[in-house]
Write a protein that binds this ligand. Structure first.
Ligand code: SF4
Length: 352
């Protein structure tokens, strides 16, 4: 491990390259049902994100009724394609149907997995571009998109170009299926075009991705909701980073560190966990590696540890840090707390 623990790999190809076990569908429709039937599966497990929990039982019934396959539904919400159910979680399941996510191409799959991206149609690209042309957005603009709205990306880029913008879309690294794709732990597509743009526009709903993007790039970030056409104010990147520097300062004197390592297939950086432990010990600190699948802050209450560093999903520390009993840092923040890397420029924990 060098002085950093994250990198930004690049891949020139523009086409998705998932493993043979991964199949992609824009919506839960006849193609998916046909392929499930043709696969001859006796039992599949359905995995839904938090936003679709309400519909999980009816979606499960619709798959079961149309295919005759036994369907079991995973209770825990899935946060990404990174946390597929293990064989122990869904005994006997022969395939996985996961809703709302694209594959992570560099993550091996243990079972055939049907990714249903739940693509959505937004307002017309011409209308959106006309509104954006009247906004204060910079003309040299990086575009980043949730997978639900990826169909909008090329058409909106064209409409923006016709109105004097220079839109840029980066390919990104091996963890991303699509150019321009936002993944909460990997904004390498956006980072690739950073020197060419004055700001970024995220296309999608919610604040999760714009927040991650703002940590990753040193440019203003706006968010456009393609359904309502609403454009946000630029995110307060300075304030976000100031709060992270404060957390790093609170943790810097910690003597006993807990190094958190997940067993989920796409969040498992246990090699990094051991490397960070060695770093801590080289600086005269104690460090204990704590393993889990899904992390519950209550499981850390009462431990004789002063601070944590999380090698699993970087958003645990950044978005949920206040739920934990002690300061919790990302790996680059941890190196800053040890004095092994400068505090600034702020480094997002890119999961490569
Ligand atoms: S590691 Fe976190 S941000 Fe990345 S895909 Fe998984 S849940 Fe999403």
């Amino acid at each position: 491990m060098g002085s950093e623990v994250t990198g930004t790999p690049s891949r020139p190809a523009l086409v998705p390259a998932p493993s043979p076990e991964a199949r992609i569908y824009p919506i839960l429709g006849p193609e998916l049902l046909r392929d499930l039937r043709d696969g001859g599966y006796r039992k599949v497990v359905l995995q839904t994100p938090a936003g679709l929990l309400r519909d999980a039982s009816s979606l499960s019934a619709s798959i079961r009724d149309a295919t005759g396959i036994a369907v079991v539904t995973l209770v825990r919400a899935c946060f990404g394609a990174c946390d597929p159910p293990s064989p122990e979680e869904a005994p006997g399941a022969e395939a996985i149907v996961t809703l709302g996510h694209a594959p992570i191409p560099n993550m091996p799959l243990r079972l055939p997995t049907f990714f249903v991206e739940m693509r959505q149609e937004g307002r017309g690209a011409a209308t959106l571009a006309a509104d954006l042309a009247r906004s204060p957005l910079p003309r040299r603009l990086g575009l980043v998109c949730s997978i639900q709205h990826l169909d909008l990306l090329p058409v909106l880029a064209k409409e923006l170009e016709a109105r004097g913008f220079t839109p840029k879309v980066g390919r990104g690294g091996q963890r991303l299926t699509y150019a321009g794709q936002a993944l909460g732990c990997n904004y390498t597509g956006a980072e690739e075009v950073e020197t060419d743009v004055e700001g970024y526009l995220f296309l999608g709903t919610g604040r999760f991705h714009p927040l991650g993007l703002a940590y990753a790039v040193d440019r203003p970030v706006w968010a456009l909701d393609p359904l309502s056409g609403e454009l946000s104010e630029p995110l307060d990147r300075e304030g976000m980073i100031r709060r992270r520097l404060l957390t790093i300062a609170q943790a810097a004197g910690a003597r006993r560190w807990g190094i958190l390592a997940s067993s989920f297939d796409g969040q498992n950086r246990q090699g990094m966990a051991f490397a960070l432990k060695a770093r801590a010990e080289a600086r005269g600190r104690e460090a204990d590696i704590l393993v889990f699948d899904r992390l519950d802050p209550r499981d850390l209450v009462g431990r004789a540890l002063d601070a944590y560093v999380c090698t699993a999903c970087p958003r645990i520390a950044l978005d949920d840090g206040e739920q934990f009993p002690k300061p919790i840092l990302t790996p680059p923040e941890f190196l800053s707390a040890l004095g092994d890397r400068p505090l600034l420029p702020y480094r997002f924990d890119t999961y490569a």
